[in-house]
Ligand binder design. Sequence first.
Ligand SMILES: C[S@@+](CC[C@H](N)C(=O)[O-])C[C@H]1O[C@@H](n2cnc3c(N)ncnc32)[C@H](O)[C@@H]1O
Length: 375
Amino acid sequence: MRVLRTGVSSVAPHPHSEPAWLDTIMKGDCVAALNKLPSKSVDMVFADPPYNLQLGGDLHRPDQSKVDACDDHWDQFESFEAYDAFTRAWLLSVRRVMKDDASLYVIGSYHNIFRVGAILQDLGFWIMNDIVWLKSNPMPNFRGKRFTNAHETIIWAVKSKDAKPTFNYDALKTFNDDLQMRSDWHLPLCTGSERLKDDNGDKVHPTQKPESLLYRVLTASSNPGDVVLDPFFGTGTTGAVAKKLGRHFVGVEREQTYIDAATARIEAIEFGQGAGLEMQKGKRAEPRIPFGNLLESGMIEPGTELTSANGKHLAIVRADGSLKSGSFTGSIHKVGAMVQGQTSCNGWTYWHIKRGRKTSPIDDLRQEIRSRLRA
Ligand SMILES: C[S@@+](CC[C@H](N)C(=O)[O-])C[C@H]1O[C@@H](n2cnc3c(N)ncnc32)[C@H](O)[C@@H]1O
């Protein structure tokens, strides 16, 4: 793995035709580093910026042991104005390198996420969803003066209202035992062997995110071969999951300790490839087959009779792919709607054709053409 200065650490297979920054960690401030990337070069962004936690002094448990909270210098800002200026700057840099249909996921807590959300909208981003990460094992509220803070919020945004981002709806539904994936995600904090530790057994990073969270985000909004940017790379959770799932990554991180930890972590992972990475695709992802193709391919002859499933309505197929039923003429959908006195109809499932002794929806013929195209 290489580290660019704004350094590079390269991990995945890297053919010559691919840009030098692909599968690397760029060292430095993210705004400066992102200026070195071409515009519209990434398919997805996951950003876990400083939260500006504003911790006032050390936090102790009832047994007086010190809580390992995030009080690092990189999380500290002089004022909300300073935090807002920082947020605006990195969001603008990220926006420039996002492809038009790219997705941006930003995670935060009540300390910063409302500011981030407002700035996103001010900069022209369009918010698709906010997702609540419900922590199954949150840190307790030691002082007992507030609710236990048991969630974080992830905003999914795109560059404009017109963007058409990747959303692997069917894959997520299959993943979720055939139930639509909801916006409340119950996932544990990053603990156990996944948590990177230094030689003293201390956490390498105070806010390492769980791989499960990135797995879900990347499954939802990217495809194998896509490029995923993380401008606040930390221990490289995004890069690790991207590599497992056969996506490319580019990360930016200021601190060398974190770059070293991320480099070793990602180097130990095999770049995912092959049939195991393919995802469930829904009907919308299938090639469009107009009804006329059934005539062109000889599956239906002009003059063929189609019927409704109950046999009540009958239509004749004409050479141009239109139907005639009594005084009604038009597309399979239009005539299907008119004979029923409805405003719309899916002609593919409404009209049936007799083949041998069997009557089946004309959609079966469409599926046969699709299978031939895939073969
Ligand atoms: C909340 S942590 C990200 C943790 C990461 N998601 C993980 O799983 O390890 C934010 C990271 O951004 C880095 N950082 C802060 N400000 C930065 C900046 N202006 N440019 C680049 N990196 C920065 C910090 O050093 C820190 O590692």
